[in-house]
Ligand binder design. Sequence first.
Ligand code: 9MR
Length: 386
Amino acid sequence: MHITRRTGLTMLAGLAATAGGAGRAHMHRPAAPGGLQAIAASKGIRLGACFAWGMPGADRGSFANPAYAALLTRDCGILVPENELKWQALRPTPTRFDFARFDAMIAWAQANALPVRGHNLLWHQPKWMPRWAENHDFGATPRRAAEQLLVDHITTVCERYGTRIQSYDVVNEAVNPADATLYQTALSRALGGSTATLDLAFHIARAAAPHAQLVYNDYMSWEPGNAQHRAGVLRLLEGFKARGVPVDALGVQSHIITQGVDTRVHIAALEGEWRRFLDAVTSMGYALVITELDVRDAALPADIARRDAAVAAYTRGYLDQMLSYPQLDDVLLWGMSDRYSWIEGFEPRTDKARRRPCPYDRAFKAKPMYAAIAAALTAATPRIRG
Ligand code: 9MR
């Protein structure tokens, strides 16, 4: 089955979930001694992180910042662009693609034999689409025009990077946590609805990147308040199966939120429902990927030693749960250093203390969270690869 850029949904009708996907071909890079990836590799796991584009030497979480690059090459076996593959970054206009930044990132990763995940092919919320896409005139045949836009976008990206990208977040955050329904965008309205849009995105991705693992990525988590979100995601995953949509894995973002210093008590309270959710996901045949792990510490005291200890314990408890699933091979952090974490801007602490969500602090010194990740990897059962 080959989908050209001219192919629309009509031509995709009846398309079965084609073979392929779930490509687990790993690029083999000897892990740096003493880093997290060295431990992960001994278990058949990959540990990774997001990274950014930046001017050479700029103070950013970028490959071009030697201090950050050193953490990536020391601890990682896989990377993901934090922003540079999103529509907002790639698509300045309906007709143009701007690949310059991501090209530079993937070139650096390749030169260091680090595989890169693709994040993402469709962030299915109006506020995360480019402004032009939300105001787009889909013309006299809106459905055809919308299909064309989606086919063009996904095919262009997948064909450009070919087998250099082995795993894509095809659809990101389509479920509204408030009521478990799917968001609508201008694109999905023109295309005939959210379900048709998400299904089409996966079909196009499978056709354009048949080697790649295709992931639905979302932030439903284990803390209280996520029940609706989890239910919506389960319903979506069930629907994909029922309709034969080629989705290989659930991306569990894992922006986890500490509940207080008594981490043991909190984890004990959370793990039952969380396991029921993960059991439901994996029993449908989906693999799991931790795509964006970091820790929100608002519920913890400002005192750094106490805060770091609780963040570490919470991370360890979470990873122990997650790594007990043999369906989980890849664990990616949403940033290696507190210095560049998105959380500081998104959710500053009321006491103004700087957030500490990552394994390294602002001076690139390893924190207790680093040791917790190392310990969880050390304790993990080795993965058996076919
Ligand atoms: O960390 C990202 C931040 O720099 C961006 O401004 C933001 C909007 O593009 O996206 C952040 O990353 C998000 C990711 O793409 C999807 N899951 C939630 C992440 C944190 O908001």
